[in-house]
Design a protein around this ligand. Structure first.
Ligand SMILES: [Zn+2]
Length: 501
């Protein structure tokens, strides 16, 4: 599906969807949120556990300071107000992967509130123009993760479920959006921006395969113009942004169909089957959960005072949107390329370090834009896996800058880099560090030959068509197999043609 055209059912009917997203992000702390067990992914089942995260009677939680700092940093990056005092609460429910019988979370006094993310949306005029829409963030709160039920992978999996409690007590933030999202495409954009911002802060790896980022979507539809919200369904456990978008497309169409046929939407949790492209009812929420939240008696209120807040704020990096804008201004690159170069903080850092180290930063930007991106696109390679590194681009830029190699030679060397999967400096060495020809007498000989071989063009030039010089430069470059220094060729040609006339 195209990312620019909104072909969803909403564009065709008298109903409008209302979407809100809940995103869980695992924080990259070394230890769990209330004990010192490791958070490492992939450890043998039930090896990263202790009395605290196993929920043994009498074990007391101790809050991980780093988890608070990471959560606060993420909330700041999401433009939230940080509440000086927030309260941990017990969310009571029974589930086999929750040994305590409750999850420690935050309820009516969360860590942070009133944030937003700016997303680009298409204007409705059909002009292809974008505008930035602010999607509100209701709250960001801290909580612990539950364990994991394993329904397959064991000889007796057909009759038994295994439990791995390594994940129990791993620190999470839950980021709850306002129901401001109007289309599945906006949901996709919101999630993309959210992940990008979190990655820039470095508080999570946002690895969806490992469950470091999980998303649930609430969606309802209502007749256009109606104020009251329709009955919502919750879509849970979708493991990619693309699937979220597809699941929402399907679910909106389903709800509209039910209502148009005179039916009623049931409040329920639904799962998305990506193979069939459909959502299925998982459990009805008609008896809405009563979690009986109450304040966690074993933890003091969390206080993030002004001093601590200021210290955390100092670690806030330049965020993707601001960086993109700056790259466009500083290096004269297009918005699209700035987008590609800021896809990760690491890449943006590499680019800027290389550009600054080079003799001419703009040339580095031009080469990335003009020579690197096109080759990557043609070969379907992500920029992170580019055979030519940013340092390699900078090295090649310096060679062109000093006149050692021509633009044509650079293109050929880049082609070789992509063919052999090696970085530019290595290819340059392999090729014997070629230099473009500045041998005047050799060039003059080529020029004489070119002029002799093209008498008609020579006549046109002498007849006043001076633009013909470009043709001659091109012919000389071609005859020298791109090895000639074009500036020198130009100079020699002008001299030769002036002398001959
Ligand atoms: Zn533990």
């Amino acid at each position: 599906m195209s990312s620019t055209a909104d072909t969803s059912v909403t564009a065709r009917t008298d109903f409008e969807p209302v979407i809100g997203l809940e995103v869980h992000v695992q924080l990259l702390t070394a230890s769990k949120i209330f004990c010192s067990c490791s958070t490492r992914f992939g450890a043998p089942p039930n090896t990263n556990v202790c009395p605290v995260c196993l929920g043994m009677p009498g074990a007391l939680p101790v809050l991980n300071r780093k988890a608070v700092e990471f959560a606060t940093l993420a909330a700041m990056a999401l433009n939230c107000r940080i509440n000086e005092t927030s309260i941990f609460a017990r969310k009571n429910y029974f589930y086999p992967d929750l040994p305590k019988g409750y999850q420690i979370s935050q309820y009516d006094k969360p860590l942070a509130e009133f944030g937003y993310i700016g997303v680009q949306t298409l204007t409705t005029g059909g002009t292809g123009e974008h505008r930035v829409k602010k999607i509100g963030i209701t709250r960001v709160h801290l909580e612990e993760d539950a364990g994991k039920s394993l329904h397959e992978g064991f000889p007796d999996s057909h009759e038994k479920t295994a439990i791995d409690l390594n994940r129990t007590g791993v620190p999470l933030i839950e980021i709850v959006s306002e129901p401001d999202i109007a289309t599945p495409l906006e949901a996709y954009e919101y999630l993309t921006r959210l992940k990008e911002i979190i990655l820039y802060t470095g508080v999570s790896d946002c690895n969806m395969e490992e469950g470091s980022l999980r998303c649930d979507a609430n969606v309802s539809v209502r007749p256009r113009g109606q104020k009251e919200l329709g009955t919502k369904a919750e879509i849970k456990n979708v493991n990619s942004f693309r699937f979220i978008r597809e699941a929402l497309e399907y679910e909106i169409a389903r709800q509209v169909e039910v209502i148009e046929a005179g039916g009623k939407i049931v409040q329920e949790t639904r799962l998305y089957n990506s193979h069939e492209g459909k959502t299925y009812s998982m459990r009805s929420k008609e008896q809405a959960h009563d979690y009986r939240y109450f304040p966690e008696p074993d933890l003091l209120p969390l206080v993030v005072d002004e001093k601590w807040k200021a210290d955390i704020a100092k670690t806030l990096p330049e965020l993707p949107e601001a960086r993109r804008a700056r790259l466009v201004t500083d290096y004269g690159i297009t918005e699209y390329d700035a987008q590609v170069l800021t896809v990760s903080k690491a890449l943006a850092d590499q680019f800027e370090a290389a550009a600054k180290a080079a003799k001419n930063p703009k040339r580095v930007a031009n080469l990335v834009q003009g020579e690197l991106m096109g080759r990557l696109k043609a070969k379907g390679i992500e920029i992170e896996s580019s055979p030519i590194s940013m340092k390699g681009v900078a090295a090649s830029a310096d060679l062109v800058e000093s006149g050692a190699i021509s633009g044509k030679m650079l293109k050929d060397l880049y082609d070789l880099s992509f063919e052999r999967g090696k970085d530019f400096p290595e290819i340059y060495d392999e090729e014997g560090r070629p230099q473009q020809s500045s041998d005047t007498s050799a060039l003059e000989k080529i020029i004489d030959e070119v002029l002799a071989a093209n008498p008609r063009q020579l006549e046109q030039y002498r007849g006043g068509k001076t633009t013909m010089i470009g043709f001659f430069v091109g012919q000389v470059m071609k005859a020298s197999k791109g090895q000639a220094n074009p500036q020198l060729v130009n100079e020699l040609l002008v001299k030769k043609l002036a002398a001959g006339s």
